[in-house]
Design a protein around this ligand. Sequence first.
Ligand code: BEZ
Length: 218
Amino acid sequence: MALQLGDTAPDFEADTTEGPIRFHDWIGDSWAVLFSHPRDFTPVCTTELGYMAKIKPEFDKRNTKIIGLSVDPIDNHAKWAADIEETQGTAPNYPMIGDADFSVSKLYGMLPADVEGDPTERTPAQNQTVRNVFVIGPDKKVKLILVYPMTTGRNFDEVLRVIDSLQLTADHKVSTPVNWRQGEDVIIAGSVSDEQAREIFGEWESPKPYIRVVPQPV
Ligand code: BEZ
């Protein structure tokens, strides 16, 4: 069955541009973002990798490690990094997994189990399903899965926004409404009775009994 929200993120060992890792140990007590790419030297992915390097400080602020994956050997990742720096202004400043044997892509359900052979002989389009974003919590559970088409660059600002929501709702009994951003009003979680809500939040605005709006807890 495909990986689902709430599942434990499969653990694996892999070579990366920053040395070998065991994934769960690498995550440690942090949050993590794993984002995947079909092949090196692909244009949309080049822009994405440069942008992730630019906004890495935003992930650091959120105690979130980031790691890329591409279905190429890590030697190619090093050459691609030079292109990324030249064209996007920033080289990857986070590890990139070399998934040359397709093992992580298969483990995460991004490629079928029967894919084999030389990864450098596959076209990016053959690996087009390897364009996911996984957000994983310190408990190693999968919190968010995004899958993008190869022709659409990912919105990593949205990933930061979701992490803000996930971290808030991990600590407080609230949910975040449409397009919510840090500092805006939130909704008391449906699992909280009115009696409990009075104890926790005091009062709230209630356009309908099932919509209970309060300021963002700090
Ligand atoms: C890209 O432009 O990054 C891309 C091209 C083909 C397949 C997947 C990604």
